[in-house]
Design a protein around this ligand. Structure first.
Ligand SMILES: [Fe+2]
Length: 211
């Protein structure tokens, strides 16, 4: 799949279309704040990819309002059914189903970075690119998140941002690791099933950042 050129007008239209595709005002506002945070992070880590990051942010929750049964049906229709393990954590369904429908419903945004960032935004992945990490972090630390840990991660992130560009990749990994640890703790407290990709990504970054 070739990388697409996306212009400001397409981005504007996508933002406006949220009014029709997302019924919850709370979720629309969350999506717009994720977009804003993705821009903030993009300026630091991927300044040439900001428009694509905005599109990924705007699309990351497009199927979140669908019932779980409908999401199971979509995954089956596209030939990527959820495994027995995955069915134990339905909160992650929307990441796969959103990624699956992008090429058909939003062909103008069917870029591999956008699709994979949407697909991995709830769990993380051992092969987590900078682009994907930005969407993952933006979803967690957008300024409307009410969890104390989300606010703390956000404040800490901007307060201790390294001045040396060479330190930025490790700083990004450390922040993603912090978010994965926090997410795992929250899921344990809720007695929720934890997706194996989350553990694998967490352990991978733990080793990577300690070298
Ligand atoms: Fe989200």
């Amino acid at each position: 799949m070739e990388s697409l050129q996306i212009n400001e007008a397409q981005l504007f239209d996508l933002r406006c279309s949220l009014d029709c595709t997302i019924s919850s005002d709370k979720r629309r506002q969350h999506i717009l704040r994720v977009e804003k945070c993705a821009v903030e992070l993009g300026r630091i880590f991927l300044p040439r990819e900001i428009i694509k990051l905005q599109v990924a942010a705007l699309l990351h929750d497009i199927t979140k309002e669908l019932p779980f049964e409908e999401q199971i049906r979509i995954a089956e229709e596209y030939g990527v059914p959820f495994s027995e393990n995955e069915r134990m954590c339905p909160k992650i369904f929307h990441a796969r189903t959103a990624a699956l429908i992008i090429p058909r419903k939003y062909p103008q945004f069917a870029d591999p970075d956008i699709i994979s960032a949407v697909a991995k935004h709830t769990t993380g992945d051992v092969s987590f690119s900078t682009f994907e990490k930005i969407i993952f972090l933006a979803d967690f630390m957008e300024e409307g998140r009410t969890y104390e840990i989300c606010r703390a991660v956000r404040e800490d992130f901007f307060e201790h941002l390294p001045r040396d560009e060479d330190d930025l990749p490790d700083y990004l990994d450390q922040t993603v690791l912090k978010v994965l640890d926090a997410t795992i703790l929250i899921l344990v407290r809720e007695k929720s099933y934890i997706a194996e990709q989350t553990f694998h990504c967490r352990n991978h970054l733990l080793v990577k950042t300690s070298i």
